[in-house]
Design a protein around this ligand. Structure first.
Ligand SMILES: O=C(O)CCC(=O)C(=O)O
Ligand SMILES: [Fe+2]
Length: 317
């Protein structure tokens, strides 16, 4: 993977007390890439604006994937959730969108946005997977089969017009669940990454950087040779920020098990290969849907344990 010079400098400033090598500093968790294509942010802005102004199209889009919806606007009414709107797509969800709705949305940037994600995935996913496989010491393409590639496409709109316009919470701190995520930004700062060797130290990422972060599945499958990067997004009141995120995860039927000879012990459940990617996403994803405001706690469900801590318990026992 290409060296992340600017980010390494920022991170090394935060951990300069110790002379660490580049990979120790980053823990193989974060790199900047020069993308082959930039998201069409004008089209993305138009698409969000269109869905806000046209509740019928927004409702039809959500009806195409009733399980969770596609256009998420909990922040319109919930002051305590992440103060952002998102459009969450995947190749499967895209195939569920009725033709008439697609035609309407295409005149508001939908097809431009989808072709951006397809080109970005075709170009970057194979090379990043191959670099991560080298670090992990295992061939990750075996659990990321081309024909069933587990991709999700997310657009984020950190829009000043939410229930709490002055909140600085755009996206609460979390670690992505999958193998890696590529975050494309519209030039507006806000993304911060926790320094791997200084928990609680948040490093602002330049607004024009394109960032690759590893998630929990990469950490487990690599036997912790790859670190997962905790991150968050801070909002500046009155400033709109757009981002496009490509999430790559292992096949849903893959087992979350470390490569043989991994240097770290995991919980028995993980070592026995009892946990599938699908289960992990479904069960561990709950807390993030609460944080994002897309799921309400029902009686007694909020145990007060942060999502990352709950995942650590599951993985490390
Ligand atoms: O908007 C961003 O820059 C990051 C969003 C993010 O981390 C996420 O949606 O998981
Ligand atoms: Fe994230």
């Amino acid at each position: 993977m290409a060296a992340a010079v600017a980010l390494q400098r920022t991170i090394s400033a935060a951990v300069s007390a110790k002379a660490l090598t580049t990979s120790e500093r980053l823990g193989s968790a974060v790199v900047l890439i020069r993308p082959v294509i930039q998201p069409p942010f004008c089209a993305i802005r138009r698409l969000f604006d269109h869905l806000h102004a046209n509740p019928n199209d927004a409702a039809s889009l959500n009806a195409a994937y009733p399980k969770r919806g596609i256009f998420k606007t909990a922040a319109m009414v919930n002051k305590f959730s992440d103060q952002k709107f998102t459009i969450d797509l995947s190749p499967t969800r895209d195939s569920l969108i009725p033709q008439a709705l697609r035609v309407s949305l295409n005149s508001h940037g939908f097809d431009d946005m989808l072709s951006f994600f397809r080109i970005a995935a075709d170009t970057h996913v194979p090379t990043i997977l191959s670099s991560l496989s080298q670090i992990a010491g295992t061939d990750l393409t075996l659990s990321h089969r081309q024909q069933s590639l587990n991709l999700n496409f997310r657009l984020c709109d950190y829009n000043p017009g939410t229930a709490d316009p002055v909140s600085s919470n755009g996206c609460g701190e979390h670690t992505d669940y999958g193998t890696f995520s590529i975050i494309f930004q519209d030039g507006t700062p806000g993304l911060e990454i926790e320094a791997p060797y200084a928990p609680g130290t948040w490093i602002p990422i330049p607004g024009d950087a394109t960032v690759v972060l590893a998630g929990w599945c990469a950490l487990i499958m690599s036997g912790r040779r790859i670190c997962a990067a905790r991150h968050r997004v801070r909002r500046v009141p009155g400033v709109r920020r757009l981002s496009a995120v490509l999430f790559v995860a292992p096949d849903l039927d893959a087992k979350l098990k470390p490569t043989a000879g991994a240097p770290v012990n995991f919980s028995q459940k993980i070592m026995d290969g009892d946990i599938s990617v699908e289960w992990f996403k479904e069960v561990m994803g709950k807390k993030w849907r609460y944080r994002e405001g897309n799921l309400e706690f029902v009686g007694g469900e909020d145990d007060g344990v942060a999502q990352d801590d709950e995942i650590k318990r599951l993985i490390f026992g």
